[in-house]
Design a binder for this molecule. Structure first.
Ligand code: DGL
Length: 265
């Protein structure tokens, strides 16, 4: 294992950045390849079959091209639909992102949890299973939001999100019967922690947010324990599957955060 072998983070868009940050906090010199499947964005409004057909094949190409030591599927939608197929197809350790229902249930005092994800994620049997295993004594309300995904992408492209628009999406949870009792929201889409400040500003006081990022970072650190890392950090590589204006605007924001110039697959 050479120390330059990267960790590859994969998402439909910019959401996976909410997983890169806690990972770099634990492994500051980890070489990162960040891949946004912008040509097929968004994932959350697509049918299961489309995601299941696209993600394993694309990750196969990416694994060949970048030879990662580990792949993080930094996307709840892709993970809840395709994690098993990707693991079966690739000979690289794969870490998935699944809704942080267990930590949410551990801290909820009202025993009412909101799961905020994409429409595709919140309807997955994978989520039913997490609820049955870890939150059986809780009321779990779910809401799928495509608008918050778009707002997070726009925010990274330089457009500050409107708080009215964010509040309208949170109403999808709090407006459900019993929604006023929600004290913890699971950010079950990696895009949403990027808007956490905006969401906290419009959510009822005291509501807490949890996401999978810190747990994934610990998992990556555990799976790579004992491996060599470079002595100094290098700029993260940024890869899109399409080159458009949105990608250029996002790349400009990320250049200011130390990312390399964008590449197109
Ligand atoms: N960031 C992704 C997730 O965690 C999906 C967003 C989208 O493409 O709809 O689910």
């Amino acid at each position: 294992m050479t120390c330059a072998r990267p960790v590859l983070f994969f998402d439909s868009g910019v959401g996976g950045l909410s997983v890169v940050a806690p990972t770099l906090a634990l492994i500051p010199t980890a070489p990162v390849v960040y891949v946004a499947d912008s040509a097929f964005f968004p994932y959350g409004t697509k049918a299961e079959g489309e995601i299941a057909a696209r993600v394993p094949a694309l990750l196969g190409r990416l694994a060949e091209r970048y030879n990662p030591r580990l792949i993080v599927i930094a996307c709840n939608t892709a993970s809840t639909i395709a994690l098993g197929a990707v693991r079966a197809a690739l000979d690289v350790p794969i870490v998935g992102t699944v809704p942080a229902i267990r930590p949410a249930a551990a801290i909820s005092t009202t025993r009412t949890i909101g799961v905020l994800g994409t429409a595709a994620t919140v309807r997955q049997p994978y989520v039913d299973d997490l609820v049955a295993r870890f939150a059986a004594d809780c009321t779990v309300l779910r809401y799928g939001s495509a608008a918050l995904v778009e707002l997070a992408e726009a925010a990274l492209a330089g457009e500050a999100p409107s708080h009215d628009a964010v509040a309208a999406e949170l109403a999808g949870l709090f407006g459900q019967p019993g929604g006023e009792r929600i004290d913890v929201i699971v950010n079950a889409c990696t895009h949403f922690p990027l808007l956490e400040g905006d969401m906290a500003a419009v959510a009822p006081p005291g509501v807490r947010f949890v996401d999978g990022g810190p747990g994934i970072a610990r998992r990556v650190a555990h799976l790579t324990q004992g491996q060599a890392w470079p002595d100094a950090a290098t700029p993260a590589r940024l890869v899109f599957t399409r080159a458009g204006n949105r990608e250029r605007a996002i790349a400009a924001t990320l250049a200011a955060r130390g990312f390399a110039a964008p590449e197109t697959l």
